[in-house]
Design a protein around this ligand. Structure first.
Ligand code: UDP
Ligand code: LCN
Length: 820
C-alpha cells in the first residue's frame, strides 16, 4: 500500500512514521542508506541526502514516487544527519520549533527515536570521539531548571509573547482578593526617584483599593473633564492615591475605571489597556558596546552599520512616545535615555572619544561613552566585535556607576544590543534587579555553517566559544527578547530560526547544550524597526527632495575621474542603475553581485551597476574580512572589464545624502539589490523601499519577510546567481514593455512599509513589553532566582575562563582611514 503524506496522522511522530516509510520501497531504501554511509560525508545536510538519493535511484519515476511519499516528506523535514556506521541519525524538524531525532540502522532499517543528547553525542563522535564518549562531558540544560514558566504551543504564536503573558496573568489574577495581590503589590512598588506613584501604603489591601477607587471616581467625576489633575490632587491623596493616573479629571477617571474593572473581572484586553497607562518607564539604558557608535562619520566602518542606525532611530521614537505618555500621566518628569557604548581614544576623526554627546532630534537623550580598561590602562584602539570579550565585565562595572551617577536612581529598563551589549545588560540588570530586554540584530551562529560543531577551527579568528556562551547567558537572563522578524526566532518551514538554532547544539570539547533556549518561551516578541521617514521618504515627494545634494550626487555617480570616493565610471548615463549599499563584509556578498553582473551580458546591456561599499585601499583597512573583499573587488573589475558600466563608491556616512541617493536612483527607474548570503533584518531594504525604489533582496533571512515576493519587491537567491540575475533582467525587460510595471512595484513596496515597518508601531510595542514584563518578573520571581543561580555558575566557571583565551592587543597607533 502506498501512503501519501496527506494520509499522515498529524499526531504521528517521525519515529512512528519512519518504519512505514522505509517499508514502502525497501530495496531502494536499503541502497540509499548504504550510500549515505559509504558516501564518506559524516555530517550530511538535506541537500547532501537528496543528492545521494538521486544517485541511488536511477529510475526517475521510482524516485519521484519515493520523494512524493512518506520518505520524501521525512527528508524534507530533515535538517541534518550524522553518519556513524551502521547508523544514520537524523535531526528532523517537521514544523518551526519542533524537533525530533531518530536513529536508523542501515543494515536492517530498524528505527529508534532518540533524545537530543543521544543525537548530539552521535554528531560529536564525527568531530571528537573521546568527548562524545565521555560520560561526564559538560551538558547545559536550561529547561531542567525552568518548570513554572508557561509555554506557547503553536508555531504560529511564536513572537507574540507579551500578548500571551497578559492573557496568562489575567487568567491567574482571578478576581479573588488573594489572587489580585500581585497586581496590588506591583502598583505599590511603582515610584520615581523614591516618590510614590499611583497608590501609597494606605491602600495596602485589595478591598481598601477597591473601595477607595469607587469614591475617587466619584470625586474625579465632579470636575469638568479638562480640569487639570493638580486641582483635585490633594483630595485624591487623602484617599491614598498618588500621581500618575492622568493629567485631567477625565483621564484620571478613565484609568481608575480601568483598574476597577480589572479588579472585578480581569481579562487581557482590559489589562493591556491598564498597562499602557501605568507610569513604569522613565529612565532607559541602551547598551551598544562595539563598533564606532556615533552620529556622524561612522557608518560603513567595520562592525558599524544597522545597529547604530537602529538604536538612534529607536531612541528618537521611544523618547517621543515617552514624552506623550508622561504628559498624559500628569507627571512632570523628564524621560532620560542613555545609549551606552565604549569610548575609543583613537577615534579616527569621529566623536567616539567624547564621553557625552546629546542625541540629535531628542530633548533629553544622550550617548555615554565608557572606555575599556585593562591591567595596562585604557585601551586606545578599536577592537573587532569578535575580540571584545575580555573587557566586558569591567566595562559593566564602570558603566553602571557612571549611569547611576547620571540618573541618580536605577534605570527602569535596560536594553542590550548584540552579544556584547546583551551580556553587559544582563550583568547590570541582574545586579540592580531591573527589567531587561535584549536585541540580537544578528546572531552570529547561523551565519557560518557548522559554526558550533567546528568551533575549534574557527575559534582563533572568531571566538565563537565566547560568543555563543554569552548569547546563551543573555537569552536566559533577559525578561524579554525583541526580534525584527519571525524568522529570527523560528525561521521558516525550510530553515531553522536564529534563536531556534540555540535550542540544542554542541561544541565538542566545550559543552553540549541540551536546551539552550525554547522558542515557545513567551519572552519572544516581534517588533520590527522602521526607517526614519523624515529622511527616507518617496522620490515622488518633489517639494521635500534634498536638492542641495544633487550636484554632489551627480558627481558621485557620473564624474569620470577616479578619486578617493569613487572608481570606475558609467559611460551611458541614460540607463537605469542597479544600486546596492552595505559594509564590505563577506556575508553582505557585494562582490557576489558584482560578479553576477559582470557575467551577464543582458543585464550589462540594460543597466549600470553602482555599489557603495567599504574602501578601495587595502592598507587602510584593518579588518580581516574587509581586506579580502577589497582585493576581490579589484580582481572582478579587471576580470570582467567593468569600467564604463560599473561604479564603486566608498562607504558613505551622511544619511541625508544617502536618502537622496536612493531617490536619485529611483529617478533613473533603477532598482536596489540586497544580495547578502544571509541578512538578519536588512535596514537598507526598508530604506530603499521607503524611497520608492523597487527592491530585490536575499531570500536568506529577514528580507524574505519584509518583501512579499513578486508583490512588494522580489526575493533573490544569493546561492543561485544565474537565477537572481535573470530575475533582475526580467524585471527590466518587463519595464520596457509595460510602462506602469516599475511604478506598481514601487507603490506596493511603500504600502508594505506603511502597514508593517514604522517606528511608531515599534515604540508602542516596546513600552508595552517594558511594563508587562516588569510585572511578570515580580510574579515569577522565585523561578527567576533559581535560574539566575545556575546562570551565575555558568558565567563564572565557563564564560570567564573562555574570555582569557582572547588576546588583548598591544596598543599601537593605527593607520588613519577617515580623514574627515
Ligand atoms: N550604511 C551607510 N553607509 C555605508 C553602508 C551602510 O550609511 O557605506 C548604512 C545603511 O544605510 C543602513 C546601515 O548602514 O542604514 C546598514 O544596515 P543594515 O541593516 O543594512 O546592515 P548591517 O550593517 O547592520 O549589517
Ligand atoms: C544588524 C544587521 O546585520 C542587520 O541585518 C540589521 O538590519 C541591523 O543590525 C539592525 O537591526
Amino acid at each position: 500500500s502506498s501512503a501519501s503524506p496527506s494520509m499522515l496522522q498529524r499526531s504521528d511522530s517521525i519515529a512512528d512514521k519512519m518504519p512505514d516509510a522505509l517499508k514502502q520501497s525497501r530495496y531502494h531504501m536499503k541502497r540509499c542508506f548504504a550510500s549515505f554511509v559509504s558516501g564518506g560525508k559524516k555530517l550530511m545536510k538535506r541537500e547532501n541526502l537528496m543528492n545521494e538519493l538521486e544517485k541511488c535511484i536511477e529510475d526517475s519515476r521510482e524516485r519521484k514516487k519515493i520523494l512524493e511519499g512518506l520518505f520524501g516528506y521525512i527528508l524534507t523535514c530533515t535538517q541534518e544527519a550524522a553518519v556513524v556506521p551502521p547508523f544514520v541519525a537524523l535531526a528532523a524538524r517537521p514544523n518551526p520549533g519542533f524537533w525530533e531525532y531518530v536513529k536508523v540502522n542501515c543494515g536492517d532499517l530498524t528505527v529508534d527515536e532518540i533524545t537530543a543528547t543521544d543525537y548530539l553525542r552521535l554528531k560529536e563522535s564525527v568531530f571528537d570521539e573521546s568527548w562524545a564518549k565521555d560520560e561526564n562531558a559538560l551538558e547545559i540544560d536550561f529547561g531542567a531548571i525552568d518548570f513554572t514558566t508557561p509555554r506557547l504551543n503553536l508555531s504560529s504564536s511564536i513572537g507574540n509573547g507579551a500578548d500571551y503573558i497578559s492573557k496568562f496573568i489575567s487568567s491567574k489574577l482571578g478576581g479573588q482578593s488573594h489572587e489580585l495581590e500581585p497586581l496590588l503589590n506591583y502598583l505599590l512598588s511603582l515610584n520615581h526617584h523614591g516618590e510614590n506613584l499611583m497608590i501609597n501604603d494606605d491602600l495596602n489591601t485589595v478591598a481598601k483599593l477597591q473601595r477607595s477607587l469607587m469614591l475617587a471616581v466619584n470625586v474625579a467625576s465632579t470636575y469638568p473633564k479638562h480640569t487639570p489633575y493638580e486641582t483635585f490632587a490633594q483630595r485624591l491623596k487623602e484617599m491614598g492615591f498618588e500621581k500618575g493616573w492622568g493629567n485631567t479629571s477625565e483621564r484620571v477617571k478613565e484609568t481608575m475605571v480601568m483598574l476597577s474593572e480589572v479588579l472585578e473581572a480581569p481579562d487581557n484586553v482590559k489589562l493591556d489597556l491598564l498597562f499602557s497607562r501605568l507610569p513604569t518607564v522613565f529612565n532607559v539604558v541602551i547598551f551598544s558596546v562595539h563598533g564606532y557608535f556615533g552620529q556622524q562619520d561612522v557608518l560603513g566602518l567595520p562592525d558599524t552599520g544597522g545597529q547604530v542606525v537602529y538604536i538612534l532611530d529607536q531612541v528618537r521614537a521611544l523618547e517621543e512616545e515617552l514624552l506623550i505618555r508622561i504628559n498624559q500621566q500628569g507627571l512632570a518628569y523628564k524621560p532620560q535615555i542613555l545609549v551606552v557604548t565604549r569610548l575609543i581614544p583613537e577615534a579616527r576623526g569621529t566623536k567616539c572619544d567624547q564621553e557625552l554627546e546629546a542625541i540629535e532630534g531628542t530633548k533629553h537623550s544622550h550617548i555615554l561613552r565608557v572606555p575599556f580598561v585593562t591591567e595596562k590602562g585604557i585601551l586606545r584602539q578599536w577592537v573587532s566585535r569578535f575580540d571584545i570579550y575580555p573587557y566586558l565585565e569591567r566595562f559593566t562595572q564602570d558603566a553602571t556607576s557612571r549611569i547611576l551617577q547620571r540618573f541618580e536612581c536605577k534605570p527602569d529598563l535596560i536594553i542590550g544590543n548584540y552579544t556584547d551589549g546583551n551580556l553587559v545588560a544582563s550583568l547590570m540588570a541582574t545586579k540592580l534587579g531591573v527589567t531587561q530586554g535584549t536585541i540580537a540584530h544578528a546572531l552570529e551562529k547561523t551565519k557560518y555553517e557548522d559554526s558550533d560543531a567546528k568551533w575549534k577551527e574557527l575559534d582563533p579568528k572568531y571566538h565563537f566559544s565566547c560568543q555563543f556562551t554569552a548569547d546563551l547567558i543573555a537569552m536566559n537572563v533577559t525578561d524579554f527578547i525583541i526580534t525584527s522578524t519571525y524568522q529570527e526566532i523560528a525561521g521558516s518551514k525550510e530553515r531553522p530560526g536564529q534563536y531556534e538554532s540555540h535550542t540544542a547544539f554542541t561544541m565538542p570539547g566545550l559543552c553540549r547544550v541540551i536546551s539552550g533556549i525554547d522558542v515557545f518561551d513567551p519572552k519572544f516578541n516581534i517588533a520590527a524597526p522602521g526607517a526614519d521617514q523624515s529622511v527616507y521618504f518617496p522620490y515622488t515627494e518633489k517639494q521635500k527632495r534634498l536638492t542641495k545634494f544633487h550636484p554632489s550626487i551627480q558627481e558621485l555617480l557620473y564624474n569620470e575621474k577616479d578619486n578617493e570616493e569613487h572608481m570606475g565610471y558609467l559611460a551611458e548615463r541614460e540607463k537605469p542603475i542597479i544600486f546596492s549599499m552595505a559594509r564590505l563584509d563577506t556575508v553582505k556578498n557585494i562582490t557576489g553581485l558584482v560578479e553576477w553582473y559582470g557575467k551577464d551580458k543582458r543585464l550589462r546591456e540594460m543597466a549600470n551597476l553602482v555599489v557603495v561599499a567599504g574602501f578601495f585601499d587595502m592598507s587602510k583597512s584593518n579588518d580581516r574580512e574587509e581586506k579580502a573583499e577589497i582585493k576581490k573587488m579589484h580582481d572582478l573589475i579587471e576580470k570582467y572589464k567593468l569600467k564604463g558600466q560599473f561604479r564603486w563608491v566608498a562607504a558613505q556616512t551622511d544619511r541625508y545624502r544617502n536618502s537622496e541617493l536612493y531617490r536619485c536612483i529611483a529617478d533613473t527607474k533603477g532598482v536596489f539589490v540586497q544580495p547578502a548570503l544571509y541578512e538578519a533584518f536588512g535596514l537598507t531594504v526598508i530604506e530603499a523601499m521607503n524611497c520608492g525604489l523597487p527592491t530585490f533582496a536575499t531570500n536568506q533571512g529577514g528580507p524574505a519577510e519584509i518583501i512579499v515576493d513578486g508583490v512588494s519587491g522580489f526575493h533573490i537567491d544569493p546561492n543561485n546567481g544565474d537565477e537572481s540575475v535573470a530575475r533582475i533582467g526580467d524585471f527590466f525587460s518587463k519595464c520596457r514593455t509595460d510602462g506602469s510595471y516599475w511604478d506598481d512595484i514601487s507603490k506596493a513596496g511603500l504600502k508594505r512599509i506603511y502597514e508593517c515597518y514604522t517606528w511608531k508601531i515599534y515604540a508602542e510595542k516596546l513600552l508595552k513589553m517594558g511594563s508587562i514584563y516588569g510585572f511578570w518578573r515580580q510574579v515569577n520571581e522565585d523561578q527567576k532566582k533559581a535560574k539566575q543561580r545556575y546562570i551565575e555558575m555558568f558565567y563564572n566557571l565557563q564564560f570567564k575562563q573562555l574570555t582569557k583565551k582572547v588576546t588583548i592587543p598591544e596598543d599601537k597607533p593605527l593607520p588613519m582611514r577617515l580623514a574627515s
